[in-house]
Write a protein that binds this ligand. Sequence first.
Ligand code: GLC
Length: 553
Amino acid sequence: MDFKSGVIYQAYIKSFNDTDGNGIGDLKGITEKIPYLEKLGVEMVWINPFYPSPQNDNGYDIADYYGIDPMFGTMDDFDELIEVAEQHGIGIMMDLVINHTSTEHEWFQKALAGDEKYQDYYILREAPEGQKYPTNWVSKFGGPAWEPFGDTGKYYLSLFDPTQADLNWRNPEVRKEAADIVNFWMNKGVKGFRLDVINLIGKDEEFVNSTGDLDQEKSLYTDNPIVHDYLKELNHRSFGKYPEFVTVGEMSSTSIESCIGYTKPENDELDMAFNFHHLKVDYPNGEKWTKAPFDFLELKKIMNDWQIGLGENGGWNALFWNNHDQPRAISRFGDDKNYREKTTTSQAHILHFLHGTPFVYQGEEIGMTDPYFDEMDQYQDVESHNAYDSLIEEGKSHEEAIEIIKAKSRDNSRTPMQWNDEKHAGFTEGTPWIEVADNYKVINVENELENGEIFNYYQKLIQLRKDMEIIQIGAYEPMFLEHEQVWAYRRKHDDQELITFSNFYGDPITLDISNEVEDGDWDYLLGNYGEKAFHKNLELAPYEAVSFIRTTE
Ligand code: GLC
C-alpha cells in the first residue's frame, strides 16, 4: 500500500466479530467482514495482537510470537484471512509487541529456571543498599516498575503489568529474535506492522532514580537515541527490503524531534508514528484519572505543531482520534447525544484533510459512542481496575470514582462492534467478553448503511485522499489558530489551494474569513451539511465541517 494515499482501519479483534460463539472476536470474523472494509475503501487493516497470551493486558502480553491463540482461531484461519484480504485489495498489518514479553513466554520461564542465556534477554537488577527496588520508577499501570525475579534477590523491569517483562535490547540476540519474528510473519504475507511502545526499547545500561516527577521519569527510558540504531538494524534485516511494506511506531510520550528521526525515509527506520499528545488535552497537569473539560486551543496547537514539525522536516504523521486505548472521541470532544452524526463527520473531516495517514478505529465509521458503564464489574481492563482502586484509596466515593472511570477507561472503545439490532448487536451468538453498549438498537452497521450519513462520509473522505495529491502531500498552513470555536487550515500543492473549516462546537457561528482567505474561484469540495456556496462571511452550523478548493493563477 502507498501510505501517502491510503487509509488504515484498526480492528480490535477481541471485539470485532465472533464466528464461533465463544464471546470473543476471531480471525474468521475479520475475514467475513473484509468486503465491508473494502466497501469503506481502506487499504490495510491493523489487527490488535492475536498471539498466544494469558491476556492479562488483552494480548499485549505475548507468550509465543510464532503462534495464534486458539481463542482467535488457527494458522489456517490466518492464511485464509491473508488470502481473502489480498483478493479485496486489503493488506494485513500485525501488532508487534517487542518491548516486553509475557512472563509466561518460554524465554522468561527458562530465565527463571536459571538459564543464563535467557536471563540476559530481560532486565534484571539488584536493589541498591537502603532501597526496596533497583529504582523508584512506577509502572504505567500503577505500582512499582520492578518485580522480584523468583527467589534470586534480583528484580525484573516491567514498565506495564507485572506479567509483562521488558526485554533487554542491548543483547544482540534479542534484536536478532525480533528480526526473525518480523521475517516470519512477512513470509506469511503480512503487509505491515504496528510496533507497540517501540520508543521504549532503548534503556540505559545504568538505571537511576527519577526525581519523582513523572515526565522526568519517563525521559529516563523514552526516546533514548539508541532506539534509532535498533530500528535501523531491524529495518535493514526485515521490512526495509520491501518498499510497499508499511510500518507505524507507537510512540509513548515522544517528541516532534524524535519522530522526525523515526519517520524520515532516508533514515531507514519507520514510515510513520503515533503520538498521543493531542489526546492528553483533558489531562490537567498530566493527570489522566480525573474529569476535566478538554482544552480546544491546546488541541489545535498540538496538532498544528506536529503538522508543521513533521510536515516541514520530511517526517510523516499517523493521524487518529481513536484506538483501543482511548475513550471514543465523539463522546470525549463532541456531543454524542444531540449531534452524534455531525460530531463524527466533522471530526473525521478535520482529521482526514491533514498531512499524514489517517487511521479509522472500528465503529468510528458508524458513530459508536462510549458505553457509559455504571458498575466496575462491567469494566474488564486491568488499568481501569487499578485506577479505580487508587481513586478509592485516595478517599473518593464510588460515585466520584466511577464518573472518572466512565470518562477515561480504555474499555470505552473496546465494547463489541455493533453490526445490527439483534442480540449482542450481532457480534456473537455466545456471551460477549465485555458488554455491548446499550445503544446498539439504533447505532449499528445495518442501520447506518441503510439510513445513516456517517459511513458514507468516511467513504468520501477516503476516496478524496486517494484521488487528490493536495490531500496526500500538500503543504499545511494553519488558519485561525487562536479561534475558540473553529478549527481551520489550508493546504497548498502546485497551483491548487484547499481550505478546511470545522465548527468544533454545538453553537452556530458566522466567521469573517476575509483577512485569511484570498478572493478567487472557490469551489465547494466536501461538507457534512451538503453543498454550500463559498462566502467571506462563512456560516457554520453546529459541528459543521466544509472544504473549498481553487486553482491559483
Ligand atoms: C500499548 C498498547 C496498550 C498496551 C501497552 C503495553 O500502549 O496499545 O494496549 O497496554 O502498549 O503493551
